[in-house]
Design a protein. Structure first.
Ligand code: PGA
Ligand code: ZN
Length: 424
């Protein structure tokens, strides 16, 4: 049973405050969870409560969310069995009482939801992935390493937010991690040699001031080859366009010029032809449903089209997308929806509907590694946790190494099969 719930304000990887929650059970178990925070947040995400008190952390303090845990959410779940995750998440949602978790804050609610799951797993003497996923949790994900950062995550001129390396040809997760790290270091040398900055963006990727998006893909392919791998066969590439960030009044501003959705769609079709691309996330803006449909009809059989700001891990928005035939993959971010149960509902709906899932960190992260266990619990097969650098990014990959070791012979790395629509 849950005996006590505590919360505190800690710092995330960008030096901004975030919520950490600690749950104590009556058997003496204590577990904590920390909440991540996005920069290119979707308009339809659950509400992140910040104090707005300009005298502290430029208004970004989370003392109100902390107080909501201590005064309301915690007391509401005290005495409840920590194993009753769905009951607990219902209580949290009802206690908040708003549609988008804006009263107590999705950051407060998520902290409690995740800390409860971790405490329940510990109390059952099971690793979190096993507790949540049961005996069939065994698929280690393909890591998508965000090695070039643009958009809202870097102070360069690149429109697209993320450029991924996806080591789909490796035999195991640990091998894919090594391939990614080796290629990351070669990429650094290539950028340096070409006179570009090798400073890092928020997610640990390099943030060079490249003149075009294609140039970013060219650098990835060059680095893959130079590291001794075959582009497409061993290591594929991918993009998170985060198109909502450069969309306004029906126009996409790409490389300084106004583009229509049609022009951008044709551009992506060209990229998919010219590069070994397995996945494109948020290729269009979060409410551009008609053009999303046209994009999906055009290239959705060749490439994974992931909805992030589009679906915001929300089962209702995902259901709309499935019904319309929009995108074919769900990005999963626990803090976009705010409880573990709703996250798992979205994942289940995606998988049942033939959509793939990719678990995701946020650009503001902590040392919390819960998503590493979650991705294995549901056999998703894909995770993005930034570059193979910066401890808040690597913490998730390192946790996956531990899970791989724990699973031993039962661990399965499905590699390219995680991307059923990959043209290669
Ligand atoms: P965010 O970026 O965490 O800043 O929203 C990640 C993403 O867009 O996938
Ligand atoms: Zn995204």
């Amino acid at each position: 049973l849950i005996e006590a719930v505590n919360a505190r304000e800690i710092l995330d990887s960008r030096g901004n405050p975030t919520v950490e929650v600690e749950v104590l059970l009556d058997d003496g178990i204590v577990q904590r969870a920390a909440v991540p925070s996005g920069a290119s947040t979707g308009a339809f995400e659950a509400y992140e409560l910040r104090d707005g008190d300009k005298s502290r952390y430029s208004g970004k303090g989370v003392l109100k969310a902390v107080a909501a845990v201590v005064d309301e959410l915690g007391p509401a779940v005290e005495g409840v069995d920590a194993a009753d995750q769905r009951v607990i998440d219902e209580i949290l949602i009802d206690t908040d009482g708003t549609e988008n978790k804006s009263r107590t804050g999705a950051n407060a609610i998520l902290g409690v939801s995740l800390a409860v799951a971790k405490a329940a797993a510990d109390s059952a003497d099971l690793p979190l992935f096993r507790y949540l996923g049961g005996p069939n949790a065994h698929v280690l994900p393909v890591p998508l390493f965000n090695v070039i950062n643009g958009g809202e995550h870097a102070d360069n001129g690149i429109d697209f937010q993320e450029f991924f390396l996806a080591p789909i040809g490796a035999d195991s997760f640990s091998e894919s991690l090594r391939w990614g790290a080796e290629t990351y270091h070669v990429l650094k040398g290539e950028l340096k040699a070409a006179g570009f900055s090798t400073g890092l963006g928020d997610e640990g990727g390099f943030a060079p001031d490249l003149p075009s998006n294609r140039e970013g893909l060219d650098f990835l392919v060059k680095a893959i080859e130079k590291a001794g791998f075959t582009p497409g066969r061993d290591i594929a590439v991918g993009l998170d366009v985060a198109a909502t960030e450069f969309f306004a009044d029906g126009v996409y501003t790409v490389e300084g010029k106004p583009w229509s959705a049609e022009k951008l769609t044709d551009y992506f079709a060209g990229l998919v032809n010219d590069y070994p691309i397995v996945t494109i996330e948020d290729a269009l803006a979060e409410d551009d449903w008609d053009n999303w449909k046209a994009l999906t009809d055009k290239i959705g059989t060749q490439v994974q089209l992931v909805g992030d700001d589009l679906f915001v891990t929300n089962p209702e928005r995902l259901a709309k997308g499935i019904q319309l035939g929009v995108a074919n993959s769900l990005l999963v971010k626990v803090n976009q929806i705010g409880t573990l149960s709703e996250t798992l509902d979205a994942v289940e709906l995606a998988h049942r509907s033939g959509y793939t899932t990719m678990f995701s960190h946020r650009s503001g992260e902590t040392e919390d590694t819960t998503i590493a266990d979650l991705v294995v619990a549901v056999n998703s097969g894909q995770i993005k946790s930034g570059a193979p650098a910066r401890s808040e990014r690597v913490a998730k990959y390192n946790q996956l190494l531990r899970i791989e070791e724990e699973l031993g012979d039962a661990a399965e790395f499905i590699g390219r099969a995680a991307f059923p629509r990959y043209k290669g």
